[in-house]
Design a protein around this ligand. Sequence first.
Ligand SMILES: [Zn+2]
Length: 216
Amino acid sequence: MPELVFFSGTMDCGKSTLALQIEHNRSARGLVGMIFTRDDRAGEGKLSSRLGLVTDAVEVEDGQDLYAYLVDHLSQGGRADYVIADEAQFLAPGQIDQLARVVDDLGLDVFAFGITTDFRSKLFPGSQRLVELADRIEVLQVEALCWCGARATHNARTIGGEMVVEGAQVVVGDVNQAAGEVGYEVLCRRHHRRRMTAASARAAALSPDVLPVPSA
Ligand SMILES: [Zn+2]
C-alpha cells in the first residue's frame, strides 16, 4: 500500500540527508522520483543537505497544485515512481492535501520531510496538515543537540545571537549567520523556554557576577 510518510524533526536533524539517501537508494534500483522542495538553502530547484550533497528538484510555488503537476507530468510521458517533498513545512495545507491525493489516486509513495514547529514552538501549517493526514510519522533519530548537550527539540530564531520570539513565521536565515543578522539555533525545551542560546549562555558565564573581582 502506498503511504504518505512525514519525517519530522528539528532543524539540523538530518532530514534532507535522509531525503537524499531515500532518493539514492531508489534510483539505484531503477526507480524515478519526483522531488519537490521549497526555499532550500542551496537555492531554487535544489535539494541539499548540510553534509554537502545536492540534487535537482522542482521548486514549489505559491498556489501550485502538486497533484495536477504530477498528473500533467505522467500524462506527458514523464515517469514518477515515488515523490519526495522536502522543506514540507513551507507548503500550504492545501498542497499537503494534494500530496495525500497523489498517494490515494495515483498510488505513489510520498515522503515528506519537514520541521514540525517554528521558532515560537508553534506548528507550521504545512506540518500541522501532515500530522493530520500522514499514514505514518517518523521522528528522525539523528538527534540535534542543544549547546548544553541535551536533545534539541525546539528551533530558536536569533538576531545577533539573542533569541527572539516575535516576527514572521518564515524568515530566511542560517545557522552560520553574520553578527546582527537573523539566524537559527536548535535548543532543548528548557533553554528555549528560558531563551538561552549558546551566545547568551556564554555571555552569562562571562558576566561580572561570576568573574573574580578585578583588583583596583
Ligand atoms: Zn539546553
